[in-house]
Design a binder for this molecule. Sequence first.
Ligand SMILES: [Zn+2]
Length: 439
Amino acid sequence: MTALSALERRVVAEIARRERDLVDLLRTLVRFDTRVPDDDLAPRDEAALQEHLARRLRAAGLTVEVWEPDAAALADTRYPIPPGHHFRGRPQLLARAQGAGGGRSLLFNGHIDVITDAPRELWASDPFDPVIAAGRLVGRGACDMKGGVAAMVFATEVLRALEVGLCGDLLVNTVTDEESTGAGSLASVVHGARADGAIIPEPTSLSAWLGTRGSLLVTIAVEGRAGHAGYPHDERSPDAPVNAIEKLALVLEALVGLRAQWAVAPELRHPHLEPGRIVPVATAGGQWAVSYPAAATLSCHVQYLPQQADGDGWGTTVKREIEAHVLAATRSDPWLARHPPRLRWDGDVPPSYHAPDEPVCATTLAAAQALGIAPHITSRTTWFDGPTFSRSGTPALAFGPGDIRAAHTIGESIALDELVRGAQVLAVAAMRFCGVVGD
Ligand SMILES: [Zn+2]
């Protein structure tokens, strides 16, 4: 299991020999400006990038579809996709190398959108004109995750160029809208992107992310009573002011308390994921410098573990728990008992997790080990597109080149030797997962 076969050694050597071609592909991908769109959803270079990949993958003998999904087909999801969302000018790509038959199918998925380059003036070089320095390629998206996209596309091309006959189908899926909502992969699943396993080469430093927590957003509104700031707060009197911000502090205290409970609850331990967490991310309140605030709100980002999800894998039980906890904790306050906090939930992206012995996880870890990379599982602290595939029957893990700590930074970069090793692991994993004709 650990040693490379003769054919695997040929593939690995070919990827190393063609390192410049791989780096050129990454450089080309970074040059396309695929920053997440502004509120007007005006497209940038997304279509041009997808067309570039489509041409290459067709040249490698894959059948390729590039399409603009109908956002209305995603309307029944709980993902935080805003009303009026569309994909005009931001197409998705799904390519397939037909296998000879009798093997498992594997899907490579990567997002082509990158976050803003702001503040642009802090970059030492043009974020969209990559430079190579000290063995690293520097540019927006080099690490998250055009490096991974280049590695998976190049691994596919090399397998095709060497005429490695895979038994199962190999699919390549490049999507937009990951950094914002996850809508691109969701649309790809609706379109039919499914396989027996999926590898998403996010920047994991060549370790495995076997899953991720789900996320919820909640905004909690508390009422006060407006009045002149020169008067005392008095909630027993029918017309004296009541400070909504001070009442909101009780809600905050309740949420911090629940977070502390989650952190130590034995049933909320997870072997490879951090505990669920409630993080206050925004507050608003007040009307005037000399008035009591009549209302105040607190928004929180909530991350929850797979074992906190409901029977369908969503966060409804977490929502109920938070709601009940906030109401119970604030009921002893007479004002809040009469004016209970109101919770508004926006969006739910689900968690997922696969054990290390899930075939696509085990195969990927074994492929890494065969290349001399110690199998390592790291706990993921933010979301990625894995659950979108896992929920639709395609077990997915993340494994790719690049260090997540370089993602979203000024001067984002990726180590070129790691890029090469990432492509090598992906190629070997594909051979082992899909099976090779004649083996
Ligand atoms: Zn990413």
